[in-house]
Design a protein around this ligand. Sequence first.
Ligand code: BYC
Length: 330
Amino acid sequence: MYTQALDLSTSPDVSSLPLGALEQKFYATIENEGKIEPQDWMPEDYRKTLIRQISQHAHSEVVGMLPEGNWISRAPSLRRKVILLAKVQDEGGHGLYLYSACETLGVNRDKLIDDLLTGKAKYSSIFNYPTLTWADVGVIGWLVDGAAIMNQIPLCRCSYGPYARAMIRICKEESFHQRQGYELLMTMMQGTQEQQAMVQDAVNRWWWKCLAMFGPPDSASQHTEQSSRFGIKRISNDELRQQFIDATVPQADILGVSLPDPKLRWNPERAHYDFGAIDWEEFWNTVKGDGPCNQERLATRQQAWEEGKWFREAALAYSQKHAGHPTASL
Ligand code: BYC
């Protein structure tokens, strides 16, 4: 899915073309909604931007397993436990697709993981908050996955082939994740008053963090202009945030919860919901490492990496042992 373009010589050899012609071809491909493949010429900034974004995305999936993983052993029924296990496993899979897509840009996976474990690389702000009750599992599905889908659907049309193809599969799975969260919350909202209060409390704690997930306002987004020119970013942070709010308010009404924003109201002139101010200072503090769970999340990943060392070594020894074996190339 990600690397097949490396195996096929579908593109003519353009290495002898002057830089201007290479650049023209690159932008013409993007203009014509074609795909840039790993063996195609690409500007260095394009490669760097993709490595930054795809690796951050992969790290977010892997770190994103932790807040919900916290509830697997405490799921209230076998059915809920099986669903949650499958969801968390899907997220691990998304991380692996994305690391593979990133490797097609010539970067080593060990380096990417090292950047995460040493705190050099970013991952989504949203995973630095704690999951205090079972309702948080439902709210993560409904709102966090809902926000993620809103951001990720346009990435299926991103100009880099391996990333776009990975996103198609990821989005299909994310949409199940979102629905399982909504269904979980629906069930709780039909339950006792305590359950309903638990859902409302979780919505109150996660709502603003989900709005910040889309990234800084367009006026402060340093990468939007270039990423749009490269055909990586199709819709801006603010536009996606607005689309998410517009889609979510009616869902909250059906669920019977209120969203914690007194300024949230339909504006018929804009044909969108108006909403209150996001706390960007809190967002940046969290992104920079001072959120409530940053240290815990990194420590957990570091421990998992250490504990998996024996397995990586065994897999490597096995592949080396069989490298010269006659069946190795079958
Ligand atoms: N958190 O110029 P901007 C999931 C950074 S996982 C942290 O707007 P860009 C799931 C940004 O990186 C889904 N940092 O950047 C998994 C940049 O800093 P650097 C995760 C953020 O790239 C498990 C700086 O702020 N989704 O769904 O044009 C369970 C300036 O921003 C955040 C993706 O990764 C943030 N929220 O736009 C459940 C999607 N926002 O890199 C669910 C792929 C911004 O210069 N990524 N920053 O140091 C993207 O679409 C874009 O990278 C963003 C940001 C929209 C996130």
